[in-house]
Write a protein that binds this ligand. Structure first.
Ligand code: PMP
Length: 320
C-alpha cells in the first residue's frame, strides 16, 4: 500500500477509462514526461455545498485542459463530456465531500527520444482532500519573495497552457522562497513587471479598486482570477487590467494571491530579491494585515464556492 499521508482520503484513481485502487497505479521510470516534463494538468476543486459536493467552474477547467493538451501537440483520446464525467466519477468513487482534483495527461512509456513517437499518451485523474494550501495562518497574510528568476516569457512558450515542464521553475522559486523563511515566491516577467506566483495570480488594491495583469505579462490567466474580476464587478468594486510594477505592489493598499489551491490569500509582506547584486529589501504592504477589499472578496468567493450565493450557482457542477 502506498502512503497517502499527503493525499488524505484518496482511495481510487481513474486511468484511461477505468477506476483503479489508488495503490495499484505505477509508472515505469522510462515514462517520457518524467524526463522532459511533457505533461499537462489541471487543478480543480470541489466543495461541500448544502446540495452535496459541487465542482467549481468545471467546464472552464476542462476547456483549459484541452487547450493545454493542444499546446503540447497531444490529442485527448476522450471528448470533453467524457472527461467531465470521469472527473465527477472520481469524486464520487472516493466519496469526497470537498477535494482537490488533478487531471494529468502525459507522454508515457514507449521511447525516450525527445520526440515521443511511441510514448503512450496517458490520462489519469485523481482526487483527495486538500483543505488549505498554505494553512489557516495564511489567512492572516503571507510574505512573498520576488524571485531573481524571471517568469518564462509568453514569446517562449504558450503560457495559456499548464505544462508540466514550466512548473520546474515554479518549484525552484518556491523552494528558494521557503529556504529564506518566506511563504511564497513571486515572479517578475522579462519586462521587469510583476508576473505571477508559482501557482497563483496577483492582485493589487489601490483607492478601493483592484488591478491584475493579463497574459501579455506572461501569466496563466487563472480561473480564480477571472472569477474574482467578475465578483468584484458585481460588488461594485472598480477593476482594471494592466502591467503591475514593483512600485505598484510596494505602494498598494492591499495585495492578494488567487488560485484554485490558495483560493484568495492576502499578501502583506514583500521581500524583493529580484536583483542578485542588491541586498534584499523588505516592505510591508498597506497596513501589513488583511485589508477590507481582500477580506470582502475572499468571503464572497468562499460563499460562492460553498453554494451559499445562488446567483452564482451556474459556476457549480454537481457530481451526481
Ligand atoms: N498561475 C499559475 C502558474 C498557476 O499554476 C495557477 C494555478 N492553476 C494560477 C496562476 C491560478 O490559476 P487558477 O485560478 O485557474 O487555479
Amino acid at each position: 500500500m502506498l502512503d497517502t499521508t499527503s493525499f488524505p482520503k484518496a482511495k481510487k484513481i481513474w486511468s484511461m477509462g477505468k477506476i483503479h485502487p489508488w495503490s495499484d497505479t505505477t509508472l515505469h521510470a522510462m515514462t517520457h514526461a518524467l524526463h522532459y516534463g511533457t505533461s499537462t494538468f489541471e487543478g480543480i476543486r470541489a466543495y461541500a455545498t448544502p446540495a452535496g459536493p459541487k465542482i467549481f467552474r468545471l467546464p472552464e477547467h476542462v476547456d483549459r485542459f484541452f487547450v493545454s493538451a493542444g499546446v503540447l501537440k497531444m490529442t485527448v483520446p476522450y471528448t470533453k463530456e467524457e472527461v467531465t464525467e470521469a472527473i465527477k466519477l472520481v469524486v464520487r468513487e472516493n466519496e469526497l465531500e470537498s477535494c482537490y482534483i488533478r487531471p494529468l495527461f502525459f507522454y508515457g512509456y514507449g521511447n525516450l527520444g525527445l520526440i515521443p513517437k511511441a510514448s503512450q499518451p496517458t490520462l489519469v485523474i485523481s482526487a483527495w482532500e486538500w483543505s488549505s494550501y498554505m494553512g489557516e495562518a495564511a489567512l492572516g497574510g503571507i510574505k512573498a519573495f520576488i524571485s531573481p528568476w524571471r517568469r518564462v516569457h509568453h514569446s517562449q512558450l504558450d503560457m495559456r497552457a499548464k505544462l508540466g515542464g514550466v512548473y520546474v521553475q515554479s518549484t525552484i522559486a518556491g523552494l528558494e522562497a521557503r529556504a529564506l523563511g518566506v511563504d511564497e515566491a513571486l515572479f517578475l516577467n522579462i519586462e521587469g513587471h510583476i508576473a505571477e506566483g508559482p501557482g497563483e495570480n496577483l492582485f493589487v488594491v489601490k483607492n478601493g479598486g483592484i488591478k491584475t495583469n493579463d497574459r501579455t505579462e506572461s501569466i496563466l490567466e487563472g480561473i480564480t482570477r477571472t472569477s474574482i474580476l467578475e465578483i468584484a464587478k458585481d460588488l461594485g468594486i472598480k477593476t482594471s487590467i494592466g502591467p503591475i510594477t514593483i512600485d505598484d505592489l510596494t505602494k498598494a493598499d492591499e495585495a492578494f494571491f488567487t488560485g484554485t489551491a490558495v483560493e484568495v490569500i492576502p499578501v502583506t509582506q514583500l521581500i524583493d530579491g529580484s536583483d542578485r547584486n542588491v541586498p534584499k529589501r523588505e516592505t510591508t504592504i498597506g497596513a501589513g494585515k488583511p485589508g477590507p477589499i481582500s477580506v470582502r472578496l475572499r468571503k464572497a468567493y468562499m460563499d460562492i464556492v460553498r453554494g451559499a450565493d445562488p446567483k452564482y450557482d451556474r459556476w457549480l457542477t454537481p457530481i451526481k
